[in-house]
Design a protein around this ligand. Sequence first.
Ligand SMILES: *Cc1c(COP(=O)(O)O)cnc(C)c1O
Length: 421
Amino acid sequence: MSLVERDLKVIWHPYTQMQTAQPPVPIVRGEGACLYDEDGKKYIDAVSSWWVNIHGHAHPYIAKKVAEQLTKLEHVIFAGFTHPTAVELAERLLAILPDNQQKAFYSDNGSTATEVAIKMCLQYWNNQGNQRTKILAFKNAYHGDTFGAMAVSGRSAFTAPFDSLLFEVEFIDLPEENNIGSIKYLVSSIKNELACFIFEPLVQGASGMLMYEARYLNQLMAHCRKEGVLLIADEVFTGFGRTGKRFACDHITEQPDIMCFSKGLTGGTMALGLTTCTQAIFDAFLSDDKLKTLFHGHSFTANPVACSAALASMDLFLETETTANIQRITEAHSQFALKIKDHPKIKTVRQTGTIIAMEWETGNNTSYFNSLRDRLYHYFLDAGIILRPLGNIIYILPPYCITNADLNYIYSKIEQALKEI
Ligand SMILES: *Cc1c(COP(=O)(O)O)cnc(C)c1O
């Protein structure tokens, strides 16, 4: 039996419509920005393997550090115990975050990083005998697939079966010149109920790479701060260079109270989640009273192997070559955007740093389930490019090590698709 046949017998894949699903692509090897299937066919990973990979696949330096760690300490309980890689990673990450970030809380993926952030905020108020329980979030937000993360995400086809069970959230539009005044007014009118505001800074990934301006986010954050609403920046996707700076929050002057990380944190090598916070949040849990404890811990919290991958990824991330690569991709994307922005089949092109998104003209049918998505997906897959359109939106966010040749090949195939599809 082939790998695919065996897969189809036993595996239930995420985000796969069961009845009409195409068989999965059997990937056996990765190198740089590329993946290779069983027959040796090369695929350029233009989506960084669901947005996690930043330095390329099977990176020898990360592999070496992980291998070293595996022979030293593979895992230890993190309640009541500690280990060097967790401490060093927290020290090094906090040192490059906004300077109000003082403590790091580990978990093991992006959804848990946001769950922890939400629980920190709700309990922050609860520990002080204050009944702020409502959460402010953006309409098209995506913060993960677990229940709390899903509750603060926009309501969609993905959440529909659970909508009646999700806790109450006040959803607002992305801020812009025309609505920033009314959003501020709304925040002020319910400020005594609002525990926190959770947001994806600058780019909303899952909703279709929607982008909004740093200055309006800055204004909204300043207003929330004034009204005592805690600020959670979910940088699970935007962190580690995606937006052109180290973190999306480096584009703004306001500082969030809490930040969430995962995806690029380990360079895309291991599952790890991290939630950082201010001293004030931490202090609200500092007590002799057991009930004030944040009772949240996963078996693999701060796994030493995952932390060693994150440390190795951090070494690579801080190299000048990586900064140059981020700059190179950003400039290449800008040029490509200029080239295709007036094409009749392109509704809009938008870009923030290494993320570029193109909205395909569809007439009236813009649903995620429209067939254009599948046609585009298979068109690029056949051409040896992994692009995973979100409905009619195509986006490129490659590992930073992608070669110019591979990047130009992706652009040229998009231009060809514009002629042929
Ligand atoms: C992917 C993502 C998450 C969830 O991360 P997982 O590791 O997939 O659970 C949360 N927030 C944002 C902004 C994301 O893009």
